[in-house]
Design a protein around this ligand. Structure first.
Ligand code: AMP
Ligand code: GLY
Length: 426
């Protein structure tokens, strides 16, 4: 089979790396890819949102299956387009992608189907939003409706902070049209976790539960990023909690969409708060998470390709996934300035020496190769991922590997996985 992966970050490197091991994959393409992906696939410089460019590539290279990494093309309807052309693609259709692309749609859908989530109200005028915040009091959470690269959420400790967020989103329009409407919701308390499942619109097959680290600094301080590290399995999501997540959240979502005429085929990511009243939805993503996918695919023993095909073809009930025992953990190495405007073009040292390291895989998120040198080319640069017999071992191995890598301005969190270790110690 000839497979195209759309995207160019660490998640796509992990997808390409895993698919490259499938005995049925003959040729792999990635658009646009990055310098790490280039070692495993033919990278073609077409942006993930350039639908016509991608379509032309698929026809020219006779691609049998397209696998979509990021949300942009899904929200723009790439799956609907491919299917109308009779082409095979992994991911949900545009109407299903609204679960991520519109937080208002997602919240109203959850409310309609009685699926647990934070109480919220929707506003399309700043005055009404401000008045509501004043009556509600702090803390509260202000969310821009549309896609804002993970930055459109403000957990406000004071009414003034919430009012500032409303001003930024609705009046100053710092996220553009994404801020036309806002949600104001109650702040939930508890531990966060990510459960990503495959679903074909009927069956739901969860991957191992994972945990992301969204804030840029240790101790969850500082602004939110796309994710500074992740590990799996997350011990806070025990067997019975995972069962609740499936029965009370993922399965009702898939059934609710089907009742509204939408068959969800693809990866469905539930961002959860584990509250004392049980798991509640913070957000949905309609794709594999980044960086959660890196430790998850590093732990997956089964071939990924048949699982993706069965998801697409409505045969997911035939699939069983097997996992390496133990755990995997991923540390994101970020460039100077990230999550603001990142400095690019710094030379990376140490990659070659790490290539032979056992149980360590360095996925590339934002890199390029120039005159035989590795250079930074994005805000998130490298995803150092390690496996171990347990989380402690995976964590030590990942941080040992991190010490051997360097570039000017490199920064990373030193506490990835610490919460889980504390939780395991009781
Ligand atoms: P989201 O993109 O909706 O997941 O929001 C980003 C981050 O904001 C989440 O990972 C949480 O840390 C936080 N957050 C979002 N909604 C809430 C909420 N209702 N209560 C507490 N924290 C929240
Ligand atoms: N790690 C969160 C996301 O993929 O959006």
């Amino acid at each position: 089979m000839r497979v195209l992966v759309v995207g160019g970050g660490g998640r796509e490197h992990a997808l390409v790396w895993k698919l490259a091991q499938s005995p049925r994959v003959e040729r792999l393409f990635c658009a646009p890819g990055n310098a790490g992906i280039e070692m495993l696939a033919t990278c073609v410089p077409i942006r993930a949102t350039d639908m016509e460019g991608l379509l032309e590539l698929v026809r020219r290279e006779k691609i049998d299956l397209t696998v979509v990494g990021p949300e942009g093309p899904l929200a723009a309807g790439i799956v609907d387009r491919w299917e109308s052309e009779g082409l095979k693609i992994f991911g949900p259709e545009r109407r299903a992608a609204a679960l991520e692309a519109s937080k208002v749609f997602a919240k109203e859908f959850l409310q309609r189907h009685g699926i647990p989530t934070a109480r919220a109200a929707v506003f399309s005028a700043p005055d009404a939003a401000r008045a509501y915040v004043r009556s509600l009091g702090a803390p509260c959470v202000v969310k821009a409706d549309g896609l804002a690269a993970g930055k459109g959420v403000v957990v406000a400790a004071t009414v003034a902070e919430a009012e500032r967020a409303i001003e930024d989103m609705m009046v100053r329009r710092v996220f553009g049209a994404a801020g036309e409407k806002v949600l104001i919701e109650e702040k939930l308390e508890g531990e966060e976790a990510s459960v990503i499942a495959l679903t074909d619109g009927r069956s739901v097959l969860p991957l191992l539960p994972a945990q992301d680290h969204k804030a840029v600094y240790d101790g969850d301080q500082g602004p939110n990023t796309g994710g500074m590290g992740a590990y799996a399995p997350a011990p806070v999501v025990g067997e019975s909690t995972l069962q609740r997540v499936c029965q009370e959240i993922l399965e009702p979502v898939v059934r609710g969409l089907a009742a509204e005429g939408v068959v969800y085929r693809g990866a469905l990511y539930a961002g959860l708060m584990l509250t004392k009243d049980g798991p509640k939805v913070l957000e949905f993503n309609v794709r594999f998470g980044d960086p959660e996918t890196q430790p998850l695919l590093y732990l997956l023993q089964s071939d990924l390709l048949p699982a993706l095909e069965a998801t697409r073809e409505g045969r997911l009930d035939e699939v069983e996934l097997s996992w390496h025992p133990g755990a995997a953990l991923c540390v994101v190495l970020a460039a100077a300035g990230y999550p603001g405007a990142a400095r690019l073009g710094d030379e990376i040292q140490g990659l070659e020496e790490l290539a032979a390291e056992e149980e360590v895989m360095v996925f590339h998120a934002g890199t390029k190769r120039e005159d035989g040198r590795w250079l930074t080319a994005g805000g998130r640069v490298l995803n150092v991922t390690a496996r171990g017999r347990n989380l402690l071992e995976a964590r030590e191995r990942a941080y040992q590997a991190v010490k051997r890598l360097s570039f000017a301005g490199m920064h990373y969190r030193r506490d990835i996985g610490l919460k889980a270790l504390k939780y395991l110690e009781g």
